[in-house]
Design a protein around this ligand. Structure first.
Ligand code: UD1
Ligand code: UDP
Length: 381
């Protein structure tokens, strides 16, 4: 079976890496990889960490790229690869422009598509924009839909899209588990990570921040920065913020927070370093999809700077809360977690709604027609 995995951004790479590594050791699978390069630097950080050498690289990234130019370049570039490779399956992940364009290119050639992380929905095309459209298009054209949870599978069943829906768990937990074990098993690595982040004062609480959503560009990011500046007035708190390379994010963030002593604006971190930071954090403030899935596995409270989420499971389990982008709300919710121990403890429980570390194996087994047990979440403390 010849499987071509296609992806282009940091989160897709983290979440496809477990499958690619599993498939490389599965003698029944010929695994090939094509990266679009939608994220150049942030993608390459992940490829290095997981030792993935792509067979094809479309190198599409342009500074401040538009969605239409990106879509055109991915479809045109991938079409040539598909002509050459003629895979049995094209595997894409999630909801990026790379994934949507790749699934369309495969569909137009009559090839079978497998969608990893299928069925996530807000049912609002504006939030997240354009990702809600991207994932719906991919699910329409996919023959195999790998739903991470029962909720996402149920969304797909209700839409009557055809194809086969399989509940696998999210591959991000495979990647996270592997990385946590790697850090835990290597004392020298742990020491070098501690050394690298020696600027973080261990006597203060740590707030880890990430953000990149297009619907927050402009006023949303200005508000987020205002909230962080107010929180930075506390002398018991340090803020570490790896800033996304999108100029619509890095511009305002550096302009508004660049001069504050206890706000550390750092470059996007490679996954190993970011997992270490999540382990050290007391609270995580984010709009990231992947971080919402990872943090509950690490028993870290997450405040999500959005109004809606396509990941309701951890919200229902009480490990994640939506707080929007208004400064007053972000400041008060963060302060409550910092100052109310019982409230904090109610969030900081290990719950695994998103995966058990075996999602990649289930995806391979489903494609190969082998028997497997679908993912069942563990929501116990
Ligand atoms: C993209 C995805 C989003 C995903 C997010 C993860 C789309 C429409 N959006 O948004 O779904 O959640 O990635 O981070 O597919 N840049 C660099 N180097 C990099 C990465 C980005 O310089 O390594 C800059 C470039 O100027 C680029 C810009 O960021 O043009 C925007 O990148 P793009 O991938 O279009 O959008 P994201 O906001 O990253
Ligand atoms: N991440 C990382 N380095 C960072 C920030 C995040 O490796 O500096 C990881 C994070 O652990 C998660 C993924 O990147 O697995 C999330 O990416 P992002 O927030 O860009 O996209 P989303 O998940 O919202 O699609």
């Amino acid at each position: 079976m010849k499987i071509l995995s296609v992806f282009g951004t940091r989160p897709e790479a983290i979440k496809m890496a477990p499958f690619i590594r599993f498939a490389q050791n599965d003698s029944a699978i010929t695994s090939l990889t094509c990266v679009t390069g939608q994220h150049r630097a942030m993608l390459d950080q992940v490829l290095d960490l997981f030792s993935i050498v792509p067979d094809y690289d479309l190198s599409v990234m342009a500074p401040n790229q538009t969605l239409n130019s990106l879509t055109c370049r991915v479809i045109a570039g991938l079409d040539e690869v598909l002509e050459k490779v003629r895979p049995d399956y094209v595997l894409v992940h999630g909801d990026t422009t790379s994934a949507m364009a790749a699934s369309l290119a495969a569909f137009h050639r009559g090839l079978k598509v497998g969608h990893v992380e299928a069925g996530l929905r807000t049912y609002d095309l504006a939030k997240p924009w354009p990702e809600e459209m991207n994932r719906r298009v991919i699910d329409v054209v996919s023959a195999l839909k790998f739903a991470p949870t029962a909720t996402s599978a149920s969304n797909l069943e209700q839409e009557h899209l055809g194809g086969r829906v399989i509940v696998t768990g999210n591959t991000v937990i495979d990647a996270l588990k592997h990385t946590v074990e790697r850090i835990g098993a290597d004392e020298a690595l742990g020491a070098s990570l501690a050394d690298r982040f020696s600027f973080i004062d261990p006597a203060r609480r740590l707030l880890l921040v990430t953000g990149h959503r297009r619907e927050s560009f402009g006023d949303g990011f200005v508000n987020i920065c205002k909230a962080l500046a107010r929180l930075a007035e506390r002398d018991d708190l340090e803020i570490v913020y790896p800033v996304h390379l999108n100029p619509n994010v890095s511009g305002p963030v550096h302009a508004l927070l660049g001069d504050l002593g206890n706000v550390h604006l750092i470059d996007p971190q490679a996954y190993l370093e970011f997992v270490y930071l999540m382990q050290r954090a007391d609270i995580i403030l984010t709009d990231s999809g992947g971080v919402q899935e990872e943090a509950p596995y690490l028993a870290k409270p997450v405040l999500v700077m959005r109004d809606v989420t396509e990941r309701p499971e951890a919200v229902a389990a009480g490990a994640v809360k939506l707080v929007g982008t208004e400064p007053d709300r972000i400041v008060s919710e963060t302060a409550r977690l910092l100052d109310d121990r019982a409230y904090y403890a109610s969030f900081a429980r290990i719950v695994n709604p998103y995966g058990d570390g075996h999602a990649a194996e289930r995806i391979a087994d489903a494609i190969m027609g082998r028997a497997f047990t679908p993912f069942q979440p563990n929501l116990q403390d």
